[in-house]
Design a binder for this molecule. Structure first.
Ligand code: IDP
Ligand code: MG
Length: 133
């Protein structure tokens, strides 16, 4: 069974969408193995999003992820990484398919409600980042 990291971002936590988003994962056979609500610092957000450090939106992205509480989760299931990305929809909610989380709840390209790991290597790194023993 594959595992991936999911984050419910501040815009969605603020609107109390946590349970609705979790239901989408559960209904689509992704098990929530662990979940916690946390509020990270800008330094932690900068570390988490380090792969994007050269992008023009990096500073705003890190400020945003640390602007309020988030819910971090380990999702587990068959092809969990790809399946989570499919359920999330495109990065820009305007381009996301009907029924996807970002289409349903995303506000804009930055306030797009969820994060999901994009590869096996990153899933391992990101799970470890938030859930080290
Ligand atoms: P992803 O979240 O779909 O994997 P990435 O390209 O990895 O998308 O970008 C990480 C996050 O950075 C996105 O979820 C989004 O919040 C933000 N982002 C990506 N592209 C832009 C942009 O062009 N402007 C502002 N924010 C962006
Ligand atoms: Mg990404």
């Amino acid at each position: 069974m594959e595992q991936t990291l999911s984050i419910i971002k501040p815009d969605a936590v603020e609107r109390n969408l946590g349970d609705e988003i979790k239901d989408i994962f559960i209904k689509n056979h992704l098990k929530i193995k662990d979940s916690k609500k946390i509020h990270i610092s800008k330094e932690e957000a900068s570390e988490f999003y380090k792969v994007h450090q050269s992008k023009p939106f990096y500073d705003a992205l890190c400020s945003y992820l640390s602007s309020g509480p988030i819910i971090v989760m380990i999702l587990e299931g068959e092809n969990a990484i790809k399946e989570n990305r499919r359920l999330m929809g495109a990065t820009n909610p305007k381009e996301a398919e009907e029924g996807t989380i970002r289409k349903l709840y995303g506000i804009s390209i930055d306030k797009n409600s969820v994060h999901g790991s994009d590869s096996l290597e990153n899933a391992k790194k990101e799970i470890n980042f938030f859930f080290k023993n």
